[in-house]
Write a protein that binds this ligand. Sequence first.
Ligand SMILES: Nc1nc2c(ncn2[C@@H]2O[C@H](COP(=O)(O)OP(=O)(O)OP(=O)(O)O)[C@@H](O)[C@H]2O)c(=O)[nH]1
Length: 390
Amino acid sequence: MSALNDRIPVAILTGFLGAGKSTLLNRILKDPVMKDAAVIINEFGDVGIDHLLVESSGDSIIELSDGCLCCTVRGELVDTLANLMDAVQTGRVKPVKRVVIETTGLADPAPVMQAIMGNPIIAQNFELDGVVTVIDAVNGLQTLDNHEEARKQAAVADRLIISKRSMAEQTDALERRLRALNPRAVMMDADSAEAGSATVLVNGLYDPATKIADVGRWLQDEDAHEAHHNHDHGRDGHHDHDHGHHDHHHHHDHGHQDPHDVNRHDASIRSFSIVEEKPIDPMALDMFIDLLRSAHGEKLLRMKAIVSVSDRPERPLVLHGVQSIFHPPVRLPAWPDPKDRRTRMVLITRDLPEAFVKDLFDAFLGKPRIDMPDRAALSDNPLAIPGLRI
Ligand SMILES: Nc1nc2c(ncn2[C@@H]2O[C@H](COP(=O)(O)OP(=O)(O)OP(=O)(O)O)[C@@H](O)[C@H]2O)c(=O)[nH]1
């Protein structure tokens, strides 16, 4: 057991879908101080892409991917931190001086924070040393209006990092809104040198008293929720704290989900993925993305993809969509894992069914189906197609 002042600082990097968390993390990880850091990434969706896109020199990235970082994953986060400590103490991994957790964009930050502050075993070895929240200057205001998670992410922050400022017409209203939610957080631009250095993660022991009163209440509610959860499920193994036997990765215990836990966020939000073996024709890709963005952008909360394009299949294309905004695609010099060159797309939608998007994708790829219109019909008048309309 370590003395309290030896506790490893943990920073939480949060922010709504597509705000720019991974982009910022990639910059911070280049800071030489970060070579002794462990990074925990939580992805919403069953096909992980983030870990392919976060550049880390070592093998210090631990991926949690079984859902959003709400109660279901909270036990997993506790397990991961406990395993990490065990691995460090037994010399199986090099000493870790700092931990960074990148949450999913949909995460309610309170359970993540409580996993570190409220769990006695974790709190012996780790301390919460700052919450950094990225807010997208283009979609930020609307996102704060529409999603409680986004408001919570902003309210709990020690630092509010505004991204994409150059893409926004003005940010005054957003800044005023953020100030109301969090009067004392330090606000800075994502492209400032300060935001991209490791010091942005260092804030001193987390103090809810510096936040609006709601923050203390959310954390207390979380504690009560966890106590209730343990009371109900303390014997199911998921929350048991004997970590000696499993490794750092998540256990695929998909069967264990409580009805009262799974959909803590909006039930109309869905995450699904599209995987395609064959390289995709660039024109077809372009049309598919264009239709998705223009006709359904509002319902497309996030799209992330690594795509094998037929013109240059050896250099995958990375696509990022955030609501109606698609960022300029980036060609990677090579596949992150040369053994897996499949196109993988992860989509997070609201009121846009998986089957609809998949049918659309198949149609653009020219995969014939008896009950489906072909690509030409789709691009002529996509919204007029019977059966496709939702
Ligand atoms: N112009 C501009 N683009 C940015 C900035 N920050 C992020 N982006 C772009 O926004 C897109 C999403 O960025 P990510 O860093 O993947 O966002 P994220 O918050 O990690 O996304 P999720 O993990 O899906 O929630 C990418 O295409 C980035 O290049 C910024 O400050 N300026």
